[in-house]
Design a protein around this ligand. Structure first.
Ligand SMILES: *Cc1c(COP(=O)(O)O)cnc(C)c1O
Length: 348
């Protein structure tokens, strides 16, 4: 098996990180802060935020059942996606393997970092073919990208196929669980702390942007071994999660009950919308979904998309994506918003 050092870019492994003022005094109780060139006025916005967001991680640890030391927090999960490339993938040499179709940022970050991005199509029913994924890997493959429930298809990937990848690959396996709160299947986050016989180094991504109703504050999570978390912390910007975000996230996390109610309501609405779509002549197929959106195959995606835009209703046209010809990805909104969409589609 490759060690974490062998998986990591040499310059990153050897990197001496920036030491921020707020890191250096730690361990002592202090009340006079003359170390960071801050303005003493305009409390509480005058102070740099906690670079490691410890209070927030403690709270998340309780909510998610993952120890605080196994949590990285970023400016959206997009930051963690980028960090996978910056920490592990040697530009112009290493490659990653991803399912397709899936979330677009894996490829964008690969392209930005000049890392070869290999794609392996899901089966026609959008299920994961672990053997095909493993066959696309070679000695320079550093990471595999999985997303479950997957965007834009909506389905959860089969857990036993995911396990096959975790046991068949000797490198980083990212499982993006942005939509896990809507899914019936359970999170792979328990992998991080429970000993197992996998060969892969797992990184689980979650976010406050979807079920938690907090896309605006930009807070993403990565759950991984303490060694991987230490690498991410070394490479990230020192104050990557600002004070307003940390405060607002704590507030949101202290009201889990409201979030559970939103999720329940959105799942009810999702099932109602699926039934309604199936009644529409323009609807050719509704794909099974475990997320807060539905992928719908229609007669003419571009025409219907343009018609809806005309009416001020925006959905996502996925017709040019692999395996998604004539598909629209439709997010579940409020009951009123959903009804407005249905009214528009019925009068097309
Ligand atoms: C929406 C989404 C995210 C969230 O990204 P943030 O940067 O946390 O807002 C991550 N992964 C997938 C698959 C998504 O659809």
């Amino acid at each position: 098996m490759r060690t974490l050092q062998q998986l990591t870019r040499t310059n990153i492994w050897n990197l001496a990180p920036y030491s921020s003022a707020r890191n250096e005094y730690s361990g002592h109780a202090a009340h006079v802060f003359l170390d960071a060139n801050e303005n003493p006025y305009n409390d509480p916005y005058n102070r740099y935020p906690d670079p490691l967001q410890l209070e927030l991680k403690e709270r998340l640890s309780t909510v998610k059942g993952v120890p605080a030391g196994n949590i990285f927090l970023g400016n959206g999960s997009d930051e963690a996606i980028d960090l996978v490339y910056r920490c592990f993938c040697e530009t112009g040499k290493d490659n990653v393997v991803a399912i397709t179709p899936t979330y677009g940022m894996y490829q964008v970050c690969a392209d930005i970092n000049n890392v070869e991005y290999r794609t392996v199509p899901l089966r026609d029913d959008f299920s994961l073919d672990a053997d095909a994924l493993l066959a696309a890997c070679d000695a320079n493959t550093k990471a595999i990208w999985l997303c479950s429930p997957n965007n834009p298809t909506g389905n959860s990937l089969n857990p036993s196929e995911i396990e096959k990848v975790l046991k068949g690959f000797d490198g980083i396996v990212v499982i993006d669980e942005a939509y896990i709160d809507f899914a019936s299947q359970s999170s792979f986050a328990s992998l991080i702390t429970s000993p197992s016989d996998i060969t892969a180094t797992p990184i689980i991504l979650q976010t406050l942007s979807k079920a938690w109703g907090s896309a605006a504050i930009r807070l993403g999570m990565a759950f991984a071994s303490e060694d991987v978390i230490a690498l991410f912390n070394k490479v990230k910007y020192p104050y990557n999660v600002n004070e307003l975000t940390q405060k607002q996230a704590l507030k949101r996390l202290n009201d889990v009950y409201t979030v559970q109610n939103w999720v329940k309501l959105l799942i009810q609405e999702r099932e109602r919308m699926i039934d309604a779509f199936l009644q529409l002549p323009l609807c050719q197929k509704v794909y099974p979904t475990d997320a807060n959106f539905v992928l719908v195959k229609v007669t003419d995606a571009q025409k219907i998309y343009d018609y809806l835009v005309e009416k001020g209703i925006i959905v996502r046209n996925r017709t040019r994506i692999t395996l998604c010809q004539n598909c629209l990805r439709i997010t579940i909104g409020t009951r009123e918003e959903n009804n407005e969409l249905l009214r528009a589609l019925r009068t097309l």
